[in-house]
Design a protein around this ligand. Structure first.
Ligand SMILES: Nc1nc2c(ncn2[C@@H]2O[C@H](COP(=O)(O)O[C@H]3[C@@H](O)[C@H](n4cnc5c(=O)[nH]c(N)nc54)O[C@@H]3COP(=O)(O)O)[C@@H](O)[C@H]2O)c(=O)[nH]1
Length: 760
């Protein structure tokens, strides 16, 4: 316990200030350790004369008497001794000593100090009470003191406890924190599961890639759509996936391109991508790519979301179809047609070229429809629509205008109104023929005819679309009035032209059988003016029109297909002339023009063979003149046909060389013998350095390919001299002889031979 020194007791105010005289005595010898103020006052000694003396020394009895009193007190079980005290003034007073050990004190002699309260015998009870009270107070004080110590300790303990508690709290918090973290982790995992479930449930394609373009997470839809089941796509790049899933090779390559575009754009990138699936090879997705960047600008990752818009696209096109197309025939409707006419008008204004509008109305369709039923009427309209479409080029439009009316829009036909009208007429003729072919319906064939009204674009009088359509309609009614199954032009001059042409066509059909055609020959001479060859050129001697130039009738023949008959006739006539020249002892090479249609017609080689056999002509003296266009058109077939004919000995010449798109590359592949320089170059060559340069180039090409050259349209000596200076060649032109009846040239040839043999 805590040690309180006896002197310290005096510090206690209850001892020091108490009214009762009190002494602190050492146990055993009863030496006075301390005395309070009341005690010093009672004895009359100052404290220093009291402290240190024994109680016995102050007692006015001898030691035996004192021992006797103590024994007596023990016997009487008294707590006090009655001992007479000698005061400083010499007086003796009977004093009762109430002593009691003072708890919590320790003296030098060991054991607690004895507190003695002195009481005059007269005030015994009072003293007793005072002792009890005092003891209580003192002890309380000591106890309080002790308690304070205890309290200190307990505070310490409390502090410790607090520390422990705080520690515990920290631990608890830490634990809570860990728990929290676990909770957060759990929540995150939970959230991730929710998220995964959510994106897996999404009917969209979702994919996350890292900053290096590696695939990190893909939802179930994407796995299905991209065929990634069973493929370890994790951490793969687009091009690796293209290797692993060949079905989507193109998809992943396209994805790589749009990924890069998104990175470059550094913001949300949207594109439409074709992502086929085994169920639908035409699936289209609306793909959104969100590139993510780190604060330092480096690539962090990319979110890709793709929505299947195949159905929406189909719906869009269905809406468009309904808005712009006729549901029965699937042809553009009036609305789309108007749009296209507006475009054609704008194009015509820009290019200065003409187009045409044809209004086709079926004759007696209403009667047919009522008599045979609407279902059959619908089938007929569909069939007509197909035939009309078959008559046109891709750039043209066939629209259903309503009921049994169709409109054909032919943009960009020719730069001359007359030529455009010719072409429109020829399309109209084709349409009329196509529509007129029988339609097999159920058990019988149905036949309809069409009345066609034509107008040209642009057109001086009609500026609006409505005006143009009105004109075509007016022309169509004129066709109806003229007895139906007709073609009429709105423009009277075009109508006149077309009629004239139509008449020409009619006459041309009979020209061969009526023997109105002739083959003229134009000589091809060498530098010495010697006739070396001749070109056979067709002429038409019309009974009323007179001599019709080929530039008038050959195009009509080409358009109508009559060229096949005319061409075959020309070939036969040329071969006859060849055989005739040979028989006359003046063998000569003859060139004949072969039109593309004629050349590409199946059986051409067989026909040539037949003609050669029939006429007995030497094929090695026959040259076929073909145009550059013919050659380019179907190069493989051309080479094959030419090669077969070359094997017979036939020569080939490229006519009008330089006006087309010949290139050395394909010229080399062709089995040709000759180039004919077009007359347009020859005519200005002496004065125009461009033409001169072109001729030099053609001559260089010919020399390189070891080809003969014929210069066409040589009209002046100057032109001939110009050419002679450059290279050896044959000359054809008015300077040396116009095309003339064969007899004339054959006679000149014979004369030339006579002259030559005379001079040799
Ligand atoms: N498919 C066939 N086409 C033929 C046939 N016969 C002729 N044609 C083609 O018709 C076009 C015009 O021919 P044509 O009016 O006979 O003109 C030829 C010559 O007369 C003319 N020429 C000849 N020399 C001169 C000249 O010095 N000056 C000048 N202004 N013209 C001249 O050139 C035409 C030669 O034609 P080509 O060698 O074929 O180019 C014409 O395109 C013929 O091809 C036929 O039977 N079948």
């Amino acid at each position: 316990g805590p040690k309180v020194p006896p002197s310290g007791v005096a510090e206690f105010t209850p001892f020091r200030n108490h009214g009762a005289a009190m002494l602190l005595l050492s146990p055993g010898d009863g030496r006075i350790l301390d005395a309070n103020a009341a005690a010093t006052h009672f004895y009359g000694y100052p404290p220093e004369r009291l402290i240190g003396r024994t109680l016995d020394e102050l007692t006015a009895m001898d030691n035996e008497a004192i021992a006797g009193e103590r024994a007596l007190a023990q016997l009487e079980s008294r707590s006090h001794l009655v001992l007479p005290q000698r005061l400083a003034n010499g007086r003796v007073r009977a004093v009762e000593f109430y002593t009691s050990p003072l708890a919590g004190t320790t003296t030098a002699a060991g054991g607690p100090a004895q507190l003695a309260v002195l009481q005059d015998v007269e005030g015994l009870r009072e003293a007793e009470a005072r002792l009890a009270e005092y003891r209580l107070h003192t002890e309380e004080a000591i106890l309080r003191n002790n308690r304070e110590a205890v309290e200190t300790q307990s505070r310490l303990r409390q502090a410790l406890l607090a520390a422990v508690l705080i520690q515990a709290l920290i631990i608890a918090l830490l634990i809570a924190n860990v728990a929290n973290r676990r909770r957060i982790t759990r929540a995150l995992v939970h959230r991730e599961e929710q998220l995964t479930a959510l994106i897996d449930a999404m009917p969209d394609l979702v994919c996350f890639k890292d900053g290096n373009g590696r695939w990190r997470q893909v939802n179930a839809f994407a796995v299905r759509q991209l065929g990634l089941e069973g493929i370890d796509y994790h951490n793969c790049r687009n091009l690796e996936l293209a290797e692993r899933q060949p079905f989507h090779h193109d998809t992943f390559h396209a994805c790589e391109a749009t990924d890069e575009a998104a990175w470059q754009q550094r913001s949300v990138y949207r594109s439409e991508e074709r992502i086929p699936s085994p169920d639908n090879p035409h699936s289209v997705f609306d793909v959104i790519k969100v590139p993510l960047f780190n604060p330092d600008g480096s690539r962090r990752g990319m979110v890709v979301i793709g929505r299947d818009i195949t159905a929406r696209k189909a719906a869009d096109s269905e809406i468009e179809r309904l808005a712009y197309f006729d549901p029965l025939t699937n042809l553009p409707n009036r609305r789309l047609l108007q749009d296209r006419i507006a475009n054609a008008q704008a194009g015509a204004r820009r290019s200065g070229r003409y187009g045409a509008i044809l209004l086709v109305d079926l004759d007696y369709f209403k009667t047919l429809n009522e008599a045979r039923g609407h279902e059959m009427g619908d089938r007929l309209l569909k069939a007509v629509a197909e035939r009309l479409t078959g008559c046109l080029r891709e750039a043209d439009t066939v629209a259903r205008f309503g009921g049994d009316e169709f409109v054909l829009l032919l943009p960009d036909l020719a730069s001359h109104a007359g030529f455009a009208a010719d072409m429109a007429r020829s399309v109209a003729a084709k349409v009329r023929n196509a529509v007129a072919l029988p339609y097999p319906m159920d058990d019988e064939d149905v036949v309809v005819a069409a009345s066609i009204g034509v107008t040209l674009i642009p057109n001086g009088q009609a500026t609006t679309i409505a005006d143009l359509l009105k004109q075509a309609e007016t022309a169509m009614y004129q066709a109806k009035e003229a007895g139906r199954d007709q073609v009429r032009f709105f423009e009277p001059e075009m109508q006149a032209r077309v009629e004239a042409r139509f008449a020409l066509e009619g006459d041309l059909r009979h020209a061969v059988e009526r023997g109105e055609l002739q083959m003229y020959l134009q000589p091809q001479v060498d530098a010495e003016g010697q006739i070396q060859a001749a070109e056979a050129l067709m002429r038409w001697q019309h009974p009323q029109r007179g001599l019709v130039p080929p530039s008038h009738f050959i195009p009509v023949a080409e358009e109508t297909g009559l060229i096949l008959e005319l061409g075959e006739w020309a070939m036969r006539e040329t071969c006859r002339l060849l055989a005739r020249a040979e028989a006359a002892g003046t063998p000569i090479r003859m060139a004949v023009n072969v039109s593309p249609r004629q050349f590409h017609r199946s059986g051409f080689i067989r026909r040539v063979r037949d003609i050669l056999a029939e006429t007995g002509a030497d094929p090695t003296r026959l040259t076929m003149e073909v145009t550059e266009g013919l050659v380019i058109d179907r190069i493989h077939q051309t080479v094959a046909t030419m090669s077969e004919l070359r094997a017979l000995g036939v020569h080939f010449s490229i006519d009008d060389f330089g006006t087309g798109y010949s290139s050395l590359a394909y010229l080399k592949r062709l089995p040709i013998n000759e180039l004919k320089i077009d007359k347009t170059f020859i005519q200005d060559a002496p004065s125009d350095p461009n033409d001169a340069a072109l001729i030099d180039t053609i001559l260089a090409v010919a020399a390189h390919l070891r080809l003969n050259v014929v210069a066409e349209g040589v009209e002046t000596r100057e032109q001939a001299d110009f050419l002679t200076r450059r290279a050896p060649m044959l000359y054809q032109g008015y300077l040396f002889g116009r095309p003339e009846p064969a007899e004339g040239l054959l006679e000149r040839l014979a004369a030339q031979q006579v002259m030559n043999s005379a001079s040799s």
